[in-house]
Unconditional design. Structure first.
Length: 104
């Protein structure tokens, strides 16, 4: 029971932080992932990434859009992180998590 209450509290805290920053769910999710991975300027990068998702709204149904979106997200992260291995791992993890969350 304590675990459930703890999870509810963490979720409420997340909602407060997201609202305070004025971010939509996707942008906040990306911000958290970038922050967890130690990417510099995660807020700026997450906003850029969200802009790319807005351009490629059919990324889940179009291989071409998915490839272009991944490329643009990689460029956005690479602009702040010089370690290409870290960039690749972050982008791969991000898309893996997003594919799982958008699965019907």
């Amino acid at each position: 029971m304590a675990d459930l209450l703890n999870e509810i509290e963490k979720n409420e805290q997340r909602k407060k932080e997201q609202a305070a920053k004025g971010l939509d769910g996707l942008t906040y999710f990306v911000l958290c992932k970038l922050s967890d991975d130690g990417i510099a300027n995660p807020e700026r990068v997450s906003r850029k990434v969200a802009g790319e998702f807005a351009k490629f709204q059919n990324w889940q149904r179009s291989e071409a859009e998915l490839r272009e979106l991944r490329k643009q997200v990689t460029f956005a992260v690479f602009a702040e992180e010089d370690d290409m291995g870290k960039v690749t791992a972050t982008v791969e993890a991000l898309f893996t998590l997003l594919r799982k969350s958008f699965r019907p």
